[in-house]
Design a protein around this ligand. Sequence first.
Ligand code: MD3
Ligand code: FE
Length: 204
Amino acid sequence: DYVQLDVGAVLLPGFALHDAEACMLAIHHIAQQAPFKKMHTPGGGQMSVAMTCCGTFGWVSTSQGYSYTRVTPFTGQPWPDMPAIFQVLAHKAAQKAGFAQFQPNACLINSYSPGARMGLHQDRDEGCTDQPVVSLSFGLEATFLWGGLKRSDPTRQILLKDGDVLVWGGPDRLRFHGVKPIRSGAHIRTGETRLNITFRFVAS
Ligand code: MD3
Ligand code: FE
């Protein structure tokens, strides 16, 4: 199944469902080494989404700003390795969407409880926008907001379900996007949680 949302944006419904259990185990293992944290924003607030990372680079937000780092800000250790199951899934999804050479070196894992949200933003800390972003959603559903290249552009709403995969690249790579507050519920695998895993290539 394959839904072309725009020139460079593809939704693969349920593409990661077969690997859901393995991904949950992998996340558990990563979180033991680099626990989920609700990071602070440069504006002084706290994010409602808890995050951790794996791979060569992880994304961090502090009062100083956003950046990709090779070590976790909390332990000073390198981020946990990116598990093979993640590399294979990201590569297969990108390939299906027409991006043949995707070898992500950064993986951000977002954990949402009911009410958690992500405001409209662009992903532009990677230093390179010629590679796509691949995202996997697990657990509770989310209404994803998909905007334009200006913050004020109108947004489309896309329902993301357990196992859905999104691939965004080319002319859609810098679109504003966000996530509406997660509705409460319980999922058999994740409980009262939505997990989102995004893969990127960070230039170094
Ligand atoms: C469109 N995460 O981590 S994933 C993020 O559901 C982020 O947790 C959301 O936005 C989440 O930065 C959305 C889908 C996604 C990810 C990256 C994109 C869509 C994108 C980059 C450019 C355009
Ligand atoms: Fe984003």
